[in-house]
Every structure is written in structure tokens, then in C-alpha cells.
Design a protein around this ligand. Sequence first.
Ligand SMILES: NC(=O)c1ccc[n+]([C@@H]2O[C@H](COP(=O)([O-])OP(=O)(O)OC[C@H]3O[C@@H](n4cnc5c(N)ncnc54)[C@H](O)[C@@H]3O)[C@@H](O)[C@H]2O)c1
Length: 402
Amino acid sequence: MTDPQNRPTVGVAVVGYSFMGKAHSNAWRNVGAFYPDVPRAEQRVLVGRDPQRVREAADRYGWQDAATDWRAVLERDDVQLVDICTPGHLHAEIAEAALAAGKHVLLEKPLANTVAEAESLVVAAEAASARGVLSMVGFNYRRVPALALAREIIAAGRIGEVREVRTAYLQDWLVDAEAPMAWRLRKEEAGSGALGDLGSHVVDQLQFLLDDRIAWAGGHLRTFVTSRPGESGPEQVTVDDAAWATLGTERGAVASLEVSRMAHGRKNWLSLEVYGSGGSLRFELESLNELVVDTGAGGTRVLVTETDHPYLSAWWPPGHVLGWDHTFVNQAADLLACIGESRAPSPSFAEGASVQRVLAAIEESAAQSGTCVDVAPAAPPVVPHVPASTAPPAVTVLEQPR
Ligand SMILES: NC(=O)c1ccc[n+]([C@@H]2O[C@H](COP(=O)([O-])OP(=O)(O)OC[C@H]3O[C@@H](n4cnc5c(N)ncnc54)[C@H](O)[C@@H]3O)[C@@H](O)[C@H]2O)c1
């Protein structure tokens, strides 16, 4: 299908309409205005559980329809892309069904709650990719222009060989011991706590920035508040409140990781510092337009808003800063571009599974009082991989392969 300007269109369904559902809706609503060269996203249907609330959200966020049954949505011929913004325990079930139905999938991070689920998703994604159906994980911080620029600087060798990385992702929304139970505090729904929620972003970002893989991990987990008010009385917290790890990469760099949802005063503080043999980079998410580049003269604060910086040609004149929400628009544009060109998007489910294996290694190490463990290797592919570039053109995909 094409729009009046002859752009191919991609009908989108988003499952989940709360925090991420709202952020992704904003992205699907605006991506066409800022990225005119990618297929046009059509906001077909928003999916939730409560009919009235999902209808209200659909109206507010610009969706044509609202629905309460995601399975029925997979039957719709006018939906080509399913964007999953639900708690982790639903990721694998919805994503695998969507891929089997021939829908491209964008799946929020972390990929899954367990390594077994993650590996199963990789198999499903590889089988789908052989049919021209694409999948991507929503690690949106890859789409922060300053971090995309940091990756380019590291790849160009401008800070030399990376030796040490210091990472922290700290929040404080659980610091109050009376904060109520939520799905994020139940292992069966969230998989893990700060480790999976925040640590997954950090691990993906580490592997992305360095273009390297984490090979071993030594970690510790703590649950400071073990019981919280539930709907019918006190309920056990079954995930970590904070996690720490030392990580080693295949190329020999060493990284520290610190994540917490109980760090008083920290709201959404992701800090990344990369130290190489010839310089360093420093970044904080709460100042996301800035990157400090130090190659020996005391450090330069680069305002990452120039039109030749990653993603910036789509946005405003230099100095007119971007925010957190723009990362989701950039992410939507990248995925639509891949669909338009029948190209495999990144981060793939395989990359998401590699993050999952690192999280599992940190948990395994923590259970052994911090003894370092090797990160498990990826399972061998079950389906021979067909690069997306040799797959059928996207227009065929858009017209519902079954
Ligand atoms: N990229 C990021 O920065 C970021 C930030 C926060 C959350 N996340 C991820 O996004 C996902 C969702 O988190 P959130 O913060 O939006 O959670 P949330 O609790 O705000 O929203 C979850 C949504 O899922 C819906 N839902 C639950 N079960 C459903 C079902 N059976 N059918 C249809 N809808 C259902 C709920 O109605 C709700 O709208 C998680 O995987 C989380 O890790 C990513």
C-alpha cells in the first residue's frame, strides 16, 4: 500500500498503552513528519486490557482503533507491524505469535525474562527473517545522538584502545519502603528487578558503544525492601532493588556496572564513561545533548546538535536541543527504513539475547557470592540465516505473507 505521496505505508499496532505505549504512540504519530524518506506509519490500533481506558488512550494518542485482544489484532490485514510495550512475561508469547502471523515486530527491552525465552525468540526471528519479516528490540538509547556519535568516535579509534568503562543507571522511585507492589517487583512478570530493567540498557549500550561482547561477569544483587503493600496486604518482593557487576569484554576491556531503583535523588541517571589509551568519553542521560570528549587537552563538551551529527539532520537547527522522547521517533524511523529496504534492523533479537545471557551471568555470579562466571555462548542457529537484503521486497511483506 502507498499513501498520497506514493510512500509505502506500514500499518502499526501497539500493545500496551501506559508508559512505553504512550512514548511509542508519540513516535508513530510524529515519525512521518520528521523522516519523510521512510515508509509512512499508519496508527491502526492500540491494544490494552480495559476497553474504556484503551479507547480513551487511543483517542488521545491518535490511533484509529482500540482493541482488547492482541490475538485478534494479529488477524488484521491492515496491520503489518506489531510493537509490544507490555511487561516482560508477555514478550515472548506475543512476539512469537506476531512473527508467525507475518507481522514485523518491535519488542520493548529487555527481550525476555529468561535466557530460554530469549533463545526461543531468536529462533522465531530467524525463521521470520527467512520470510522477509523483520524484528527489533527497543533499546532506544542507541538512538540518542550523543551515544551514536560516541560509538562513531570509538570506532574511528579517536580514544585509542578502550581499556575501562564506568557505567551507572540509577533511579529512586522505589526508595520509599511503602511504595506499592507492581509487576516490576514480581519475578514471574518482570524476570528481574533493576538488573533487567536498567542493567539491560547498560549492557546493550556497552556492547553497542564498544562493538564488543561481554565475555565474563562477577556480580552482586540486593533487595533492600523485601515486602511491600500489595492489593490484599503485604506482598513479597521477588526481584533485586540494585545490582553491581564487573564485566570483561572479549577484546579485554573491563567495565563496572551499577544499577539501582533506590538511589535517593537520582531520577533517570544513566552515566557512561569510556576510557581508552588515547582519550575518554563521558555521557549523562539527563544532559543527553552533550558528550564530553577528552583526547588530552582537558576535555571538550560537544553539543551534539549539529546537522551532521547522527539523527540531527531530521530535526532542528544547531543548539535546538532534543529530549528523551526523540529517541523513540529515531528508533521508529530506523525500523521503518529497514522495512522499506528489506534490511535487517539492529538491535536484533540475537543481540537482545546476548544481553539476556550477560544478565543471567550476573545473576549466576551473585548466587555464588560474586565469583566471576563466563557468559554462556549463543545457541547455534536452528534455521539457516537468510540475510534480510536477499529476502522478498518489503512491499510483498506488507501485503501479508501467510
Ligand atoms: N525503553 C525504555 O526506556 C523503557 C522504559 C520503561 C519500560 N520499558 C519496557 O517497556 C515494557 C512495558 O513497560 P511500561 O513501563 O510501559 O509498563 P506499564 O506498566 O506502564 O504498561 C504496561 C502496559 O501493558 C498492558 N498490558 C498488560 N497485559 C496486557 C495484555 N494481556 N494485553 C494487552 N495489554 C496488556 C497494560 O495494560 C499497560 O498498558 C517493559 O518491557 C519495560 O521493560 C522500556
